[in-house]
Design a protein around this ligand. Structure first.
Ligand code: GLA
Length: 335
């Protein structure tokens, strides 16, 4: 029996930037999808998140129209692997599904390793991103996969979606991350995520590349929606760089302020927040020991992430029915 572990992620800053080639600063966390399997000539995989097993021959024949998302995901991964290997086994998860902690990216990466992926980490990132897009129809960026593949215990990663690369930074001393679920679970396919991506792409085409464009360029975009989207992308990308510096300097106050500014931009310019997420961010940020808070991931529900001093983290998690999450190692096969 072989074990594969693929963690979820929280994103500390840098949302709705990856699909236009921007930066983000996530970390893998101590909640994960675990696959346990034996090699076999074909595929028979069950999951504790879905009732029906995914049963496929190799090489995989096309999926039937009414196939479940689970079967589509297994099929998409098997099809993209140059030489998929068969496996009989089960995936179990401690990650809540649809809570903004990248359960689907973790599941896809666990599947790729289960079905015999061999290659460079960046190839795994791109394969998993493509498989998720093929199986769900959601044009997701590479943030989640970068966070999950390149995670290192005790570190966050500054991920660059255009270079498909990640740079580790030690998690600051004296701080903890607290995740608070909004209680609104959703699949990204049910949200305006794809529309936001199209708008951001059009907006960035008007202002030039993400690295050159300035806020002044964003403000010159005539169409108001695209103007806001451009301003979000440009300011958020700059905040990731500043926040990475603040983390490296153990400057938690600055990091927290940047997280709050990021939330306001996600709310007002990217327009991906909800009333519940805004209320949680307000309530968390007015609490003693909380440096900053923001929605994490795509928004439209999901969770809020807070940066909290280590003495207060336990009580903040308790009061808000959240949990302290620990920056953890990335996806791996367990010997
Ligand atoms: C989801 C997507 C990512 C990214 C975030 C928003 O998690 O899967 O690619 O776009 O939303 O930053």
């Amino acid at each position: 029996m072989t074990l594969v572990v693929a963690p979820g992620r929280v994103n500390i800053i840098g949302d709705h930037t990856d699909y236009v080639g921007g930066l983000a600063m996530p970390c893998a966390i101590d909640l994960a999808v675990t696959a346990s399997f034996d090699r076999a000539p074909d595929i028979h995989l069950t999951s504790d998140a879905t009732a029906e097993p995914a049963v496929l021959t190799l090489p995989p024949s096309p999926v039937v129209d009414d196939a479940t998302t689970w079967t589509r995901l297994v099929h998409a991964v098997a099809k993209l692997l140059p030489a998929a290997k068969g496996a009989h086994g089960r995936l179990t998860t401690t990650l809540p599904i649809g809570a903004g902690l990248s359960s689907s990216a973790a599941c896809t990466i666990a599947l790729a390793l289960t079905l015999g992926f061999e290659g460079e980490p960046r190839e795994l990132v791109l394969l998993a991103q493509q498989a998720e897009q093929d199986a769900t129809g959601v044009p997701c960026g590479a943030l989640d996969q970068l966070a999950i593949v390149f995670g290192q215990a005790g570190h966050v990663s500054v991920v660059d979606a255009s270079a498909v690369s990640a740079t580790p930074i030690p998690f600051p001393d004296g701080a903890r991350l607290v995740v608070v679920p909004s209680g609104h679970h959703r699949a990204l396919s049910e949200t305006p995520y794809a529309e936001r991506r199209r708008e951001a792409e059009r907006a960035m085409a008007e202002v030039g590349g993400i690295e050159q464009a300035t806020v002044t360029d964003a403000l010159s975009v005539p169409e108001p929606v695209l103007r806001r989207r451009a301003r979000h992308v440009i300011t958020e990308n700059a905040r990731v760089k500043e926040c990475a510096k603040a983390f490296a300097a153990n400057d938690l106050k600055t990091a927290g302020r940047l997280m709050l500014e990021s939330h306001t931009s996600l709310q007002k310019d990217a327009e991906v927040s909800t009333k519940d997420l805004n209320q949680l961010v307000d309530a968390l940020s007015s609490r003693k020991g909380v440096y900053g808070a923001r929605l994490t991931g795509a928004g439209f529900g999901g969770s809020v992430i807070a940066l909290v001093d280590e003495q207060s983290a336990g009580s903040v998690a308790e009061v808000f029915a959240g949990r302290v999450v620990v920056p953890s190692a990335g996806a791996h096969v367990k010997d």
